[in-house]
Design a protein around this ligand. Structure first.
Ligand SMILES: [Fe+2]
Ligand SMILES: [Fe+2]
Length: 293
C-alpha cells in the first residue's frame, strides 16, 4: 500500500520525508557543519522538492484554522478507530511507504528505532527512549485518510496571531482566521501566560501521539511528543507571552530531544533481532498490551 504517495493536489509531498529533509535544510546538524562529515548528504535537496514543500505549507497554513483543529480533535481523540498491540501498530505505521526513493529511504519504524537508539546510547532515562520510539506514531493519521498538511509540518498555536517565526508566514493571509478578530490579536482566545497546556496547537501527529501516550509516560516525555514539531517555540523562541513557568522548565527537555529526531538518521539499519528483547521489555514496562487509535 502506498498511502503516503504524493503528487496530488491535497498531498504535494512525494513523501513525508520531504518535510523532514526541509527541516534539515533549515536546521542543519551543527556537527555535520563543523566536521563537514556528510554535508553533501543533506545538500541533495532539489528544486522540485522545495516547490512541493512550499505548496505543502501553503495548504497547511491556509486550512489549519481554529475550527478545523477542534473538528479533528473531536474526530480523533475519541480513539475509537482501531485497537492494536504496539508491535502491530508499528507494522501498521510502516504501511506508509515513500515512493520517492524506496531503495534508500528507511521505513518509519527504522527512524523511530534510530532515534530511540541514539537516545539510549547517550545514557538518557528509558522514558526518553520511549519518547524516541513513539514520537512519530501519530503519522498513522495519513493511513486514516488525512491529508499530509493535517499530519506533518511545523506546528503552531491556533486561535491567536501567527508568529512571523513560523516557516512561510506569508501563507497565513489565506487562512480565514487571519481576518477573524476573535483570533487575530496577539493573545486571541488565550490569557497572557496561560501555559501551553491551555493553547490549542495546529492539528497533526504530535498532538495525536501525545494524547495516545498521556497516561503512560512522564511529563518530560509528553512535552517531547507534544511539541517536537513546534519549531517556532523550541528553535526560534516565539510565543513567550503564552508560556507559563512550567513550559519554560520543560523547554530544555524538548530541546534535548530535537537533535535525536533530526540528526539520528543513518543508512545503516539497527539489528532488530539483537535489540528486540530490550524494546519488548521497555514497552511492557510503560504501556498496556494494546493501544487505541
Ligand atoms: Fe515527528
Ligand atoms: Fe521524527
Amino acid at each position: 500500500m502506498n498511502t503516503n504517495a504524493g503528487h496530488d493536489e491535497a498531498n504535494p509531498l512525494a513523501s513525508l520525508d520531504e518535510w523532514e529533509n526541509d527541516l534539515l535544510q533549515r536546521y542543519p546538524d551543527p556537527e555535520t557543519i563543523a566536521f563537514s562529515k556528510s554535508a553533501s548528504e543533506y545538500r541533495n535537496y532539489d528544486a522540485p522538492a522545495r516547490d512541493s514543500v512550499r505548496e505543502f505549507y501553503r495548504l497547511n497554513h491556509t486550512y489549519q484554522t481554529y475550527n478545523f483543529v477542534q473538528k479533528k480533535r473531536q474526530e480523533f481523540l475519541k480513539f475509537d478507530k482501531r485497537e492494536m498491540s504496539v508491535w502491530d501498530a508499528f507494522k501498521f505505521l510502516n504501511e506508509l511507504v515513500d515512493d520517492s526513493d524506496p531503495d534508500t529511504d528507511l521505513d518509519q519504524f527504522q527512524h523511530l528505532l534510530q532515534t530511540a537508539e541514539a537516545i539510549r546510547a547517550d545514557g538518557h532515562p528509558d522514558w526518553m527512549v520511549m519518547a524516541g520510539l513513539f514520537h512519530d506514531m501519530g503519522k498513522v493519521l495519513c493511513l486514516f485518510g488525512e491529508p499530509q498538511w493535517a499530519v506533518v509540518g511545523d506546528t503552531f498555536p491556533v486561535g491567536c496571531a501567527y508568529s512571523d517565526k513560523i516557516v512561510y508566514p506569508e501563507f497565513f493571509v489565506a487562512n480565514p482566521d487571519y481576518e477573524n478578530e476573535a483570533y487575530n490579536t496577539q493573545f486571541g482566545v488565550y490569557a497572557p501566560g496561560c501555559g501551553l497546556r491551555n493553547v490549542t496547537m495546529s492539528w497533526g501527529h504530535d498532538e495525536y501521539v501525545y494524547n495516545m501516550m498521556k497516561d503512560y509516560l512522564p511529563e518530560q516525555a509528553l512535552y517531547m511528543l507534544r511539541y517536537h514539531s513546534f519549531y517556532a517555540w523550541h528553535r526560534e523562541g516565539a510565543y513567550d507571552y503564552l508560556l507559563d513557568d512550567h513550559d519554560r522548565d520543560m523547554l530544555k527537555w524538548v530541546k534535548l530531544f530535537n537533535p535525536y529526531d533530526l540528526y539520528s538518521k543513518s543508512p545503516v539499519a539497527p539489528d532488530w533481532n539483537v535489540l528486540r528483547p530490550y524494546y519488548e521489555g521497555l514497552v511492557e514496562k510503560y504501556l498496556p498490551s494494546t493501544l487505541k487509535f
